[in-house]
Design a protein around this ligand. Sequence first.
Ligand code: IDP
Length: 137
Amino acid sequence: MERTFAIIKPDAVERKLAGKILDRIEANGFAIRGMKKIKMTREQAEGFYYVHKERPFFNDLCAFMSRSPVIVLCLEKDNAIADWRTLMGATNPANAEAGTIRKDFAINIEENSAHGSDAPETAAFEIPYFFNAFELV
Ligand code: IDP
């Protein structure tokens, strides 16, 4: 079993799409080990995305991620990291496969409804960034 970290991003929570996205998560065999609704501070968003700090979209991305609540999740299944990224679809919804979360729900390349860890080392940083051990069940 593998764990990954996921976020239902502000654009999706604002448009009341959280339930639809959670339904896809459960229907695709992920166990929800941790889940909470939070509103990130700007500083939390900057720390979470520090690998992107030199990218031109960093400031906009951090403003977007801290503008309204998100749902953070720890998901578990075999091959969870790759399978969750497949279910999300490509970063830019214009390039995302039919039937993926980003194809169906994302607004654009920035407001793209969902986040998922891209590697085991990333998940190992991202899960404890938002969850302590007592919150994973
Ligand atoms: P990922 O979320 O699919 O792993 P990353 O390249 O890690 O994609 O980028 C992190 C997030 O930054 C994206 O999900 C998206 O919200 C935002 N982003 C990525 N590329 C761009 C861009 O070219 N313009 C604006 N925002 C972007």
